[in-house]
Design a protein around this ligand. Structure first.
Ligand code: NI
Length: 176
């Protein structure tokens, strides 16, 4: 297998991915109309039970044909969400995290990050869900740039299984 393997997508309604191996002198060809950007194939590893549940979700949905399409939707949604950010404005929001407190020194690292944002963290709630899992909810207020930075740092820590930042610019109505 040549090391450059590209999948060329097309604009057909069905998911059509043609893998071409660009060998020496081999010209890639695709009958489908070419899309604006080249598709890149990458591999993802995931726990099998997680993947099984994802596949079940895909099967229930009528609008996605396969895993690739479902993952592309997730990536687009993630990027779209980030584009909604207003770093220069005052924001209020909440950050919800679920993590296993047995994961390495995660608890200490979560603590360390939070101590860098004492102006932005208004309140925290910690619930010990079961023997392993903790739920932590942070109420946040401050300049968007700082609040997003805090969320990215916390959710980027290894061992945080679920994380969700819900945030809105306050505008003038709250006088912040
Ligand atoms: Ni706990």
């Amino acid at each position: 297998m040549a090391e450059h393997e590209h999948a060329h997508g097309c604009e057909h309604a069905h998911d059509c991915e043609h893998a071409h191996v660009h060998g020496a002198g081999a010209e890639a060809s695709c009958r489908c109309s070419s899309s604006s950007s080249e598709l890149v194939r990458f591999s993802v590893t995931a726990p099998d039970d997680l993947l099984r549940r994802f596949d079940e979700q895909i099967a229930r949905r009528g609008d996605v044909a396969n895993r690739s399409e479902a993952v592309r939707d997730l990536i687009r949604a993630s990027i779209a969400k980030e584009q909604m950010r207003t770093p220069d404005e005052q924001v209020i929001g909440s950050l919800t995290m679920i993590y296993d407190h047995h994961t390495g020194d995660l608890t200490r690292r979560l603590d360390e990050v939070q101590h860098d944002y004492t102006d932005e963290i208004v309140s925290t709630m910690h619930v010990h869900l079961d023997h392993h899992n903790c739920l932590e909810i942070l109420a946040l207020k401050g300049r968007g740039e700082r609040v997003y930075e805090l969320a990215d740092r916390l959710l980027g820590l290894r061992g945080v299984k679920h994380g969700e930042l819900t945030c809105a610019a306050t505008g003038q109505s709250l006088g912040l």
